[in-house]
Structures are given as C-alpha cells and as structure tokens.
Design a protein around this ligand. Structure first.
Ligand code: MF3
Ligand code: CO
Ligand code: CO
Length: 255
C-alpha cells in the first residue's frame, strides 16, 4: 500500500492538531503530584480538550478504550487505564494523549516524575527521551525506516535498556493508526524510504529489565513481564524537504 503524503493544507492541519495535543500535556503537567489519582488527571484532560480546546479526544471509545489519556505508571509500558489509585513520590508516569482537530490527529506522550525523583526513574526517562530524539534526527527524505529504528535501538541498548518490540509508531493523519509501522529497532538502509509530506509518530518504549511484556486481563494495560521500570516518549513528525518538523513540540523544547 502506498504511504499517504500530506499536501500543504493537510500539513497545516496536522501542525494545529499536534500543537493542541502538546498543549494538553503542558496543561496536565501542573496537576501531577503525590496524592492525585490518574482518574483525576484523565477528567482534567477530558474537560480541557472538550470544553476549552473544543476538539475531540481520540482515545475515548477507540477500540473500546474507556478514557481520554493513557496513564502508564512505573512497570506499565503503555495503554494504562486511568484509575482511582493515587500517584506517590518517585513514581514515573507516561501520559499519552491524542486529539482530533478538523479531522486530523495529533498524538504525543511525555514522561513525568512524581514528587522527588529516584535515580533510576530519572535515568530511564532521560534515556527514553534521548532515544526518541536520535530517532527523530534520522528523519529526512532519502533515509529509510530502518535508519530510525537503528538510531533508537543502538542508543537504548548502549545504555543497557531493552527496546519493547511488541508496539511501534505509526503513520498518522485522518487515520489514527495508519501505515507505515515505525519500528523502534532495525538495520540501517533497510525498509521504506522517507518522503517529504509523510507524517508518522515515533514512540519508543524502553525497559530497565527484559524486553518482554504482557497484557493484563483488562485487555489494555501492557506491563513488563519482569516488573522492571518502563519509559516512553512520543512525538508526531512531518518529513520536510530538508529533514523533519516535530509537530507536537513542547514549549521550550528543541530537537
Ligand atoms: N496514543 C497511543 C499511541 O501512541 C494509542 C492509544 S490507543 C488507546 O498510538 F486506546 F489506548 F488509547
Ligand atoms: Co502513537
Ligand atoms: Co500516543
């Protein structure tokens, strides 16, 4: 199947959706503290998206997902369902949000550290972020998907973290999870060639222990089999003439 190339008008809509998604994470960062539950964070995000941004929270009802954000705490790898449990000092949490504006999706996630950081929490979050950045820097026309995967995998493994292989990034636009799959591991100069106007996410998950994961009986929550810590960051990316544009960039962030 051919990969969907966005024209200038569609790229602008992706830019707007990306910035709205980023704005949700910046907003919710001020609410993350020991004692708050992930359900409370979910309600705040839902209210902000629906009533302030007047956009659509893409996760609600997506394949039956019951919430606006995914909240993945400590050994939860991804797709954590918000619940009544309170966050505590030193927890690490990934918050993943997607909004739809004018029919286009913006998908992004960040790690947050609750209260006083632990050494391991800070380290895994940092290396996951650096791995995402290495992947993004491999994006330019003529490069291939394998170059992105290789950049991410080598950085994570050099630092003794393992790459989760069961979940990947994805093409994105009017379709939430579109082709191609963006693997977070790979071999240089292999796979589909990048072309100006492609939009996709990069969202590596890394574990402090083994790469193996399993899905809980709620059919969503993905955890590390060995209960080791896991971290993930995600951006939505546009391939430009010269390289890349990060559509979900945070304020003061530059990659
Ligand atoms: N936002 C996630 C991703 O990065 C997907 C979440 S689907 C949900 O692709 F249903 F769990 F919300
Ligand atoms: Co995604
Ligand atoms: Co996401």
């Amino acid at each position: 199947m051919p990969i969907n190339i966005k024209n200038k008008d569609e790229q602008e809509k992706m830019r707007v959706a990306g910035q709205l998604a980023s704005e949700v994470l910046t907003m919710i960062s001020n609410h993350i503290r020991p004692g708050v539950s992930t359900k409370e964070l979910d309600d705040i995000c839902n209210n902000f998206i629906v009533n302030e941004q007047k956009t659509v929270p893409a996760n609600v009802g997506y394949r039956g997902f019951p919430a606006t954000i995914c909240t993945s705490v400590n050994h939860v790898v991804c797709h954590g369902i918000p619940n009544e449990k309170k966050l505590k000092n030193g927890d690490i949490i990934n918050i993943d949000v997607t909004v739809i504006k004018d029919g286009f999706h913006g998908d992004t996630s960040r790690m947050f550290i609750v209260g006083k950081p632990t050494k391991q929490g800070e380290r895994i979050s940092q290396i996951a972020y650096e791995s995402l950045c290495k992947g993004i820097k491999a994006v330019k026309p003529g490069n291939k998907l394998g170059d992105i995967g290789y950049a991410i995998q080598s950085h994570a493994e050099k630092n003794y973290f393992s790459i989760v292989k069961d979940y990947c990034g994805h093409g994105i636009g009017e379709i939430y999870h579109d082709e191609p799959q963006i693997l977070h591991y790979g071999t240089p100069d292999t796979g589909i060639e990048l072309k100006e106007g492609m939009t996709f996410t990069i969202e590596p998950m890394i574990n402090s222990g083994k790469a193996d994961v399993r899905v809980l009986s709620d059919e969503w929550t993905v955890v590390t089999k060995d209960h080791s810590l896991s971290a993930q960051w995600e951006h939505t990316i546009l391939v430009t003439k010269k390289g890349y544009e990060v559509l979900t960039l945070a304020p003061n962030e530059s990659i």
